[in-house]
Ligand binder design. Structure first.
Ligand code: ZN
Ligand code: ZN
Length: 418
């Protein structure tokens, strides 16, 4: 451990209990995307109190906090604030019982089932350590609290609201995510790390009619069925075996009565790819197949293909990832790993892209190490360890929070000047 890292992390004992209390408070009060008013206020207050210049309300609820500490590099660290419409079943004393009214007027439970409360608490912890030890580093540290990651529109909302004019241009952007690995674990990965995700809603048109008279109708049920089967050939027949991608048809909706041929069908798809070329290839193949099957079925009207959500691939830059990986190896020793490719998705990379800055994004473990070791021994990790978005996803408070604070601090100091 360098002296600088040791000096800055010497504040950890001072902030630990407050970081833990803040985490429990955030966990108990989760907020859905673009409604993170309370969370944003907590972050703003904490960072203003330790000398940051704070701007609130960027892209709705987004916050930036800047600590300029003489000349030197600028490091931006990002945490996302939103929770999920999941009913918590962890049984924790600080479990969420929050419900809100959903868009359909129904009551919706809310839970920090993805661990974004861990990210917010750790970034606040790191930001406080940086403020406590200003003599140990030079440059500018920027903390970004982003809304609505789960909906894939929060980073863009901040960018559209002038993020690049409101925050200094970073030399690097850093972010981390708690994942179902043992707490204490940190994992970096150069190149592709998280998938691009695209959700599509496809409407194909037939001509409705009597179930007994198919000659007088164009059947969208058969059309949709052919499309579903043919879409399976994109990954199996058009991509190399070494190119990972997923095309999932997650719903088909059409028809109502046994004796009625409906006039349209709606198909929903989830697509995962790891690079821009493959992503475009798969999306173009979907469009080609849908149009061709509609033609083959005598569809009277062109299909509508809507993209309902879209996340870019998260492809880590090589040089900053190497730099952070080396700093982690020096600090965490055997707990620093190379992490596997993940099929989840993130909108974080839109932020560095807007600044034209490189970035690296890493994973930290959040699962009770004993529980994980036992499951690994039994070969039951997939069954026994709840993953992100599960109603029983339960990051243990320690060493998860200490690891997240340390990791962000060590990574930032790998960039900031002496
Ligand atoms: Zn999530
Ligand atoms: Zn997440």
């Amino acid at each position: 451990m360098t002296d600088r890292v040791r000096t800055v992390l010497s504040g950890l004992d001072r902030i630990r209990s407050e970081t833990e209390d803040l985490y429990k408070d955030l966990h108990r009060h989760p907020e859905l995307g673009l409604r993170e008013h309370r969370t944003a206020k907590k972050a703003s207050q904490a960072l203003r109190a330790c000398g940051y210049e704070v701007t609130e309300g960027i892209g709705g609820t987004g916050v930036i906090a800047v600590l300029a500490n003489s000349d030197g590099p600028t490091v931006m660290a990002r945490a996302e604030m939103d929770a999920l419409p999941v009913r918590e079943q962890t049984g924790l004393p600080y479990a969420s019982t929050v419900t809100v009214t959903g868009p359909d007027g129904n009551e919706q439970p809310v839970m920090h089932a993805c661990g974004h409360d861990v990210h917010v608490a750790c970034l606040i912890g790191c930001a406080r350590l940086m403020a406590l030890a200003k003599g140990a580093w030079r440059g500018t540290f920027v903390a970004v609290f982003q809304p609505s990651e789960e909906n894939g529109d929060g980073a863009d909302a901040m960018i559209d609201d002038g993020l690049t004019a409101k925050a200094p241009r970073p030399d690097v952007v850093l972010a981390q995510h708690v994942l179902p690995y043992p707490a204490g674990y940190v994992g970096t990965r150069s190149g592709p790390f998280l998938a691009a995700a695209d959700n599509l809603r496809i409407t194909v048109h037939g001509r409705g009619g009597h179930g007994s008279m198919p000659q007088a109708a164009v059947d969208p049920v058969v059309m949709a069925a052919m499309i579903v089967v043919r879409l399976q050939t994109i990954v199996s027949r058009e991509l190399a075996a070494t190119t990972p991608a997923v095309v999932t048809v997650s719903s088909i909706n059409t028809g109502a009565g046994a004796n009625v041929i409906p006039d349209s069908a709606v198909i929903q798809l989830n697509v995962r790819t790891y690079d821009v070329v493959t992503r475009n290839q798969v999306l173009q193949a979907i469009e080609r197949i849908v149009k061709a099957e509609c033609d083959a079925s005598r569809s009277p009207k062109a299909p509508e293909i809507e993209r309902t959500a879209s996340f870019p691939p998260t492809v880590n830059y090589e040089a900053p990832t190497r730099r952070v990986a080396e700093a982690f190896a020096a600090h965490f020793g055997d707990d620093a790993h190379t992490i596997d490719l993940q099929t989840a998705s993130e909108d974080m990379s839109a932020i560095p892209e807007a600044f034209g800055a490189p970035f690296t994004y890493w994973g930290i473990g959040g699962i009770d190490p004993d529980l994980y070791a036992q499951a690994a021994k039994n070969g039951t990790v997939a069954q026994d360890i709840p993953v992100n978005h599960s109603p029983t996803f339960t990051p243990v408070i320690q060493p998860t929070l200490d690891t997240g604070v340390r990791a962000m601090t060590v990574a930032a100091l790998a960039w900031l000047g002496n």
